[in-house]
Design a protein around this ligand. Structure first.
Ligand SMILES: *Cc1c(COP(=O)(O)O)cnc(C)c1O
Length: 406
């Protein structure tokens, strides 16, 4: 235990990071020491409403008691086996996740980027073995403004120069088309296309919601073209938008679904590729794997997450409180807010740049006791835990109003 004499202040801890921690993030100057539900507390005991929720990794709140209990129980029995052996938690996790999503098979991984990488490999293999694309010719069509993770292959098809530049040479085999443009997608798909990979809502881009009909159009187009539809729901999935999956808003079932973030309940990294049997069935022993993927702790937490979602409570809360969020933001239009996009408890808010950059607004909100994250330019993103109360949500909106109109 740290003795009080050794305890360091937030400022000291921030300064201590500088020489020893890679500078790949520019965090807000808050040092979180504990958290519960919707609230986090810093080293000095100041409390903040968490309106980011770990980019949706904390959909069920910090230290959700049901999930913590499931993790504790598992910690006391078995944590890791590797996939060299079976473990007694994995079958139930895969069964429940397949049932929740209406798909057949699960490939358990850890981080979101790994799920995306795995899907790229599976789609290529499917193209060669099932579709009959000539060896090494498979292409995958993606959308501009995408965010699918940080590996070299994934940044190869990013259109964000900060994410890409300096990291080449890049992996070939990807075609980038404008998001929300079915004609451009149609033109890019040909007999070499293994898959179309898109986010049903682009989170990092600023919660960009495609026009109604786009996801259904992607489904029709990919079916006609005989290629796979891969939906990256790592951020949009698992309750955030008021449905279990964002694709449900258009009653679309993709061939391959990528999940992560909230799947780990804010406790451990858990991701998954969920797909039709014909697709994931292409993998045979030795062709893909992960030391930690499908470990019993991850499977126990992931199963508990699926059980929470089976109640429908979180989806309902996101839908109902999403109305409050939308109304609150609508009331700020012309009063510091230039525009916004929202679905469920998820919003990208374009702040008048005259008032400040997204970063400056985030810092001011922090001083009001509300944590958010800016994304490009003057856009801030709101994505509270789905456990937030109406009162808490209204107070966050009040803090935003105060910050923008002060
Ligand atoms: C966060 C995210 C990823 C990457 O997940 P990591 O766990 O950070 O690797 C991929 N796709 C989307 C849509 C995401 O939001």
């Amino acid at each position: 235990m740290t003795s009080p004499a050794l305890a360091r202040s937030s400022d000291e801890l921030i300064r201590a990071e500088e020489p020893v921690l890679a500078h790949n993030y520019h965090p807000l100057p808050v040092v979180v020491a504990r958290a519960e539900g919707t609230w986090v507390e810093d080293v000095e005991g100041r409390r903040y409403l968490d309106m980011l929720a770990g980019y949706s990794a904390l959909n069920f709140g910090h230290r959700n008691p049901v999930l913590i209990e499931a993790a504790h129980r598992q910690l006391d029995r078995l944590t890791l086996t590797s996939r060299a052996f079976h473990n007694d938690r994995l079958a139930r996790f895969a069964e429940s996740l397949a049932a929740l999503t209406g798909l057949d098979m699960v490939l358990p991984m850890n981080t979101g980027a790994e799920a995306v990488e795995s899907a790229v490999k599976v789609a290529r293999k499917w193209a060669y073995e099932v579709k009959g694309v000539p060896a090494d010719r498979a292409t995958i069509v993606v959308a501009d403004g995408n965010f699918h993770g940080r590996t070299t292959t994934i940044v190869s098809f990013s259109t964000d120069e900060t994410a890409r530049s300096g990291f080449g040479p890049f992996t070939p085999g990807f075609r980038v088309v404008p998001y929300n443009d079915l004609a451009a997608l149609e033109a890019a798909v040909d007999e070499t296309t293994a898959a179309v990979l898109i986010e049903p809502i682009q989170g990092e881009a600023g919660v960009v919601i495609p026009d109604e009909g786009y996801l259904g159009g992607v489904r029709d187009l990919t079916r006609r073209a005989g290629c796979l539809f891969i939906a990256d729901e790592i951020q949009s999935g698992l309750g955030r938008t008021g449905r279990t999956l964002a694709v449900e808003h258009e009653e679309v079932v993709p061939d391959v679904l990528l999940l992560g973030k909230a799947l780990g309940g804010g406790i451990v990294p858990v991701s998954a590729v969920v797909a039709r049997r014909e697709v994931l069935g292409v993998l045979r022993p030795g062709e893909h794997g992960s030391t930690f993927g499908g470990n019993p702790l991850a499977a126990a937490v992931g199963s508990a997450v699926v059980e929470l979602l089976e109640t429908g409570e979180f989806q309902r809360r996101a839908a109902e409180l999403g109305v409050v969020l939308r109304e609150g933001l609508t009331a700020l239009l012309g009063r510091g807010v230039l525009g916004f996009r929202s679905r469920g408890l998820w919003a990208g808010v374009d702040v008048d740049p005259e008032i400040g950059t997204g970063r400056e607004i985030s810092e001011r909100l922090m001083r009001e006791g509300v944590l958010v994250k800016d994304t490009h330019g003057s856009t801030i993103r709101l994505a509270p835990p789905l456990t937030i109360t109406e009162e808490e949500l209204r107070s966050a909106l009040g803090a935003l109003e105060k910050t923008l109109t002060a």
